[in-house]
Write a protein that binds this ligand. Structure first.
Ligand SMILES: [Fe+2]
Length: 508
């Protein structure tokens, strides 16, 4: 147990000191909507290639010169002077851990929580996590055949068993698990990769396999959906294509400008600090670097721009009622879709107008790698453009909040962790610290969705565009109230799609 050892080791202390320095720099003038400038120029951007072959621009019209602390963080995060050394120290208990983390990190380094989870370990909490929490992104309904055959009457599953194929370092159990829920959404079984068996409620390993499932959900979503899907694929490809293919005053470039703010810089930073060997995720998660590298490209649904209704339909949960993730997500999606649709309609009176826009056709081709497989090779229908742009806006606002704002899941090591040790139903000291540093490093304030972006309106149809923007803001404010009403009636509140907490781009 921890009783004598320090909570922060040498590496963690150094990273925290630099993160604090970044806060001092950034908190002096946190970026606001007014800092999101009009697009500047259209040209091919200089790029670097990551270990995965992803081409990331190295110039960002939204990013001033990098400060010393930013540059130092790049180097320190992966510094060979701090070798990766797994420490097995355990917490005295969950309450001790939360207290110690709060003390050692300090209030500023602990991001705000959207909701609080009084307990994430009970069977009922697993259900909330799957229908109204982080795991909902991967919730699926069983098909009729599987449901009819299921020995426990399972009807829903959050299945991240594929993580079991990825090797872990010595001292850790393999990740990978599936949690199965019946028609009443009760947890009936956990399929556990490391133990290679199904575990049910009276089994001695029950608490352990639930933790292993939560840890697997956290790692899968953070690595494949967040880091790869949102940042390195959809975010990076979209911002690059917009800036290379569309002239600065093009209406679609202007429309999407706020939603690409600083996206290049953060993809670049992620490539330098999070994807590399000895980066924070490699250190904090239990995977070998080779496994981590392979896992990144595993095949997130967010690596392509799909509409939210399609994401739900692909999992058979499009018509599921009393489903906070689906209900709030659809409401936010409808607002965004209407906003994008109105803007596209303003500048393109009919489908024929699309064919005449050479720049837009080039953009469409440049987006090949991230366009939904359902779209056609040539942009013909306005509805396809609306779906694509609305998906992008939804990804970088709502979905990014959902996968990225995880303090409520990570501060208490009983809830989630990036590593699993035999006989331990909570994260160890080192893992807890690193995952909180990961959160701390991304808790800088960014421009909010509910701010005023009217300085980015197009120079043609300006007054109509202003009305559309006003409607968006009014719709979003109405959704804030609606979600508060819904949450008052829910067993567990859900706020990933609450416009109050949404930022405008994947800038962190
Ligand atoms: Fe992020």
């Amino acid at each position: 147990v921890r009783t004598s050892g320090p909570v922060l080791d040498r590496y963690a202390s150094a990273v925290l000191a630099l993160i604090r320095k970044r806060y001092l720099e950034a908190d002096r003038s946190p970026p606001r909507a007014a800092n999101v400038g009009r697009p500047r120029e259209q040209r091919e951007l200089a790029k670097v290639t990551t270990v995965h072959g992803v081409r990331i621009p190295i110039e960002d019209e939204d990013w001033p010169d990098r400060t010393l602390a930013e540059k130092a963080i790049h180097l320190l995060f992966r510094s060979p002077f701090y070798p990766l050394q797994d420490e097995a120290a355990r917490w005295d208990g969950g309450d001790d851990a939360v207290r110690a983390l709060r003390d050692e990190l300090g209030a500023r380094a602990i991001p705000a929580m959207n909701v609080t989870w009084p307990d994430l370990t009970s069977d009922a909490a697993q259900s909330d996590l799957a229908f109204a929490g982080l795991a909902a992104l991967h919730l699926a309904r069983l098909n009729d055949d599987d449901a009819a055959r299921d020995p426990d009457g399972a009807r829903f599953v959050v299945d991240v068993r594929w993580l079991g194929d990825y090797e872990v370092r010595d001292g850790f159990e393999r990740l990978g698990a599936a949690a199965w829920f019946d028609e009443t959404r009760r947890l009936v079984r956990v399929s556990w990769c490391h133990g290679a068996r199904d575990v049910r409620v009276r089994d001695a390993s029950w608490e352990h396999v639930k933790y292993a499932w939560r840890a697997s959900v956290f790692v899968a979503i953070t690595v494949t959906d967040h880091l790869w899907g949102l940042h390195l694929r959809t975010g990076n490809e979209m911002v690059t294509a917009l800036r290379e293919q569309l002239s600065p005053e093009h209406p679609i470039r202007l429309l999407l400008k706020p939603f690409t703010y600083r996206t290049i810089s953060v993809a670049h930073r992620a490539a330098n600090t999070l994807v590399v060997e000895r980066g924070l995720p490699h250190r904090g998660f239990s995977l070998t670097y080779d496994a981590f590298k392979r896992l990144l490209v595993h095949g997130s649904p967010l690596a392509r721009l799909e509409t939210f209704p399609d994401l739900l339909a692909a999992r058979g949960v499009a018509d599921l009622a009393d489903f906070p993730w689906g209900d709030d997500g659809r409401a936010l999606w409808a607002i965004i879709h209407r906003y994008v649709g109105a803007n596209v309609g303003l500048h393109y009176p009919d489908d024929a107008a699309l064919a005449a826009d050479v720049e837009l056709q080039s953009l469409w081709r440049a987006l090949d790698p991230i366009r939904s497989a359902k779209t056609s090779a040539r942009l013909v229908h306005r509805s396809e453009l609306v779906d694509l742009a609305a998906s992008f806006v939804f990804y970088v606002t709502g979905l990014h909040e959902h996968v990225g704002s995880l303090c409520e899941y990570l501060l208490d090591p009983r809830s989630m962790g990036g590593r699993v040790r035999a006989g331990l139903d909570l994260c160890d000291v080192q893992g807890s610290v690193i995952q909180m540093l990961l959160m701390a490093g991304t808790s800088l304030r960014q421009p909010a969705l509910l701010e005023d972006y009217s300085h980015l309106l197009p120079r043609s149809h300006t007054s109509e565009a202003r009305t559309i923007l006003d409607t968006l803001q009014a719709d979003l404010r109405a959704l804030v109230l609606e979600i508060a009403r819904r949450n008052a009636l829910r067993r567990h509140p859900f706020r990933s799609f609450d416009p109050t907490v949404l930022e405008v781009s994947v800038s962190l």
